[in-house]
Design a protein around this ligand. Sequence first.
Ligand code: CA
Ligand code: CA
Length: 715
Amino acid sequence: MKVFFKKLLLYFIMAVFLADIFLYVSFSASEAREEVFFMTDRGQNVNRTASDGEKQTYNKSDTWALTDALGRSAQEPGRENSVREGKYALIFYHLWHNDFMRSTVLGDKKAPRNVSAIFEQDPDAASKASLWGPEISYHYWGEPLFGFYNLDNDEYVIRKHAQMLTDAGIDAIVIDYSNYCVGGVHNESSYNRAALTKLLNTYLTIRTEGGATPQVALLLTWDGNSNGPALMRFYKDYYSKNEYNELWFRWEGKPLVLAQDVAVSEDIKDYWTYRRPWPLYTPVDGPNAWSWLSNYPQEPCYTADDPKEMVAVSVAQNWSTSLDFMSATDSDGNYIAHGRSYVSGGDNKLLKNPVSSMYGSEYGANLQQQFDRAIEIDPSVLFITGWNEWIAARFLKIPDWARCSEDPVLPGGGFCDCFTTEFSRDIEPTRQGNLGDNFYNQLCINIRRFKGTGALAPAKEYPGLAFNFDSPDTGIWDEVGYVYEDSVNDALLRNTKGIGGSELVNTTGRNDFKLLKVFHNEENIFFYAETTRDITGKGTDGWMSLYIKTGDGESWEGYNYVVNRLAVTDGPLKLEKNLGGWNWATASDNIPWFCSGNKFVVAVPRALIGIDQSSFSIEFKWADNTLVEYCEDGSAPGDILKFYENGDVAPNGRFNYLYLSDAASGEKTDGSSLYRRIEPALTIGTGIAATVAVGACAGVAISTANKKRKNKQKK
Ligand SMILES: [Ca+2]
Ligand SMILES: [Ca+2]
């Protein structure tokens, strides 16, 4: 009885604040439609001073090579620095999963429910009420790569996100507080206090360790009257505390907040730089307003000084002629929101299955069109939506403001801001559908287009110089070698509970790469890896492996060769050549190596990897303990997403280090050729299903892992 009452009360509270939001949106939407303002040419951008926005620590990720699962590449660095000053990239970020899922988990034993998985199992799920959670309960559109995480306690994920976003060139996360203090009333369940505190403290720790994180800004509800009470609360709990000072994203010299200065007490009013949140997908109605979602062609948000201060870029949009649902259908039952594959002016698919591979969601055609538009305008800031929203409430009655949707909805219900793989707007990687890490890499590629790259100096040949494996002297590396860095403290361990109580465990963090060096002579390329502590784990598969991309021949995810993939105990290491997919053949079983303390060295004969010319460029990557799940035949599957999840890799994620000999040109591709390299997003994405290269073998391992997790959940 008690639980039932509590549930009713929670639903009532939720309904009240949702209704508040919707009423306000409905009002301002109709108002704004009356006077749609189109931005035309407003002249040149203004130059900003360095104090306007703080830079994250520079980790040289803009000089790393990157080619994604679809063959799309990032612009490579040239010999000269081409970083464009005064350009910033911000991304919309969510902390809400635990607080907003709390009542759902209490009221639904099957929570968290996964909308895309429900449709994958039964394409007719929309007509079956029994497959869904209660009305107004939250559902995930898919499962994140890192599982149904709870940021209140999951430092592993906060650290992974910080690293991935920094590597992508994101300057700040903008945390969604649009649901907080609606109506001016503090509500602990939408304050996300535990998650915000955990995130800020973890960011501070990462910085203390010498690592990099994005800066932080908040976005409050667009009801200006509610902003005052909210800001005063945030000031008391966070902004007034000196230790957090360094984390705020500063704009015009002060911490940026997306809010209005209405009803903020005078003593703290001047603390922030304000930008008014603009919730519609139309151009803003005046200066100093920022949108975070906009229909193509987006127009710049502006100030009196800067005609193109910011342009919004989004993955998908659930609004066309009226604010509406991602699950909206036409009268024939075809889904009509602007999903991941949607292209303005394109030949878009109208389908009845919202997870159909016919969409080609994985190509991100919508996001590419939005990026192309924004980069063409070339504002000071790109504000990208978004990273990790993941959840939306299930409505059985469509509210009045959703004018395109049919009411009554199908028994499955309606979902407003995110729905399925196609109809969602998160960039964070997932195994759902074919999305993989495509959107993350697309983000990296486009931010690099916008912000430019650092310089990559030529690597010199040292004729006659060699590392002597018979009489090893690691001092040689103090004098020579091209130097690369990897983040420290990123060989992470995880043991926490996710949403719904699932155990999220990862024990693969082992050797933590720190410093990597390379040099070559006429015959060999010498690779050196240094870790933060003494190297452990000898005798296991995937121990201190070196992946090499020469660009020639068969490859797995671009890698033509790998050194030390399989367990060794003694004797020389194996060099393997790729035979296509995750199939390798021994090219040499005589690779010399050295390991002592925290130092590891191998020499790869150039002739064996087809590098016999004086001028060459290769990409390489170190990986430790990423191969830890096995197929039924005992072999480890080739699953590149494990580079994000397991052990440590250098450089991070799918990136590779570039090693360009001094004779190699180092000429960067110009913007136009780069554009051609990512253009397939627009042309292929019209319906050809892609295959993210994960072998059948990987499927076995993944489903086994899922079973294990389910079993743990039952206990
Ligand atoms: Ca590391
Ligand atoms: Ca790393």
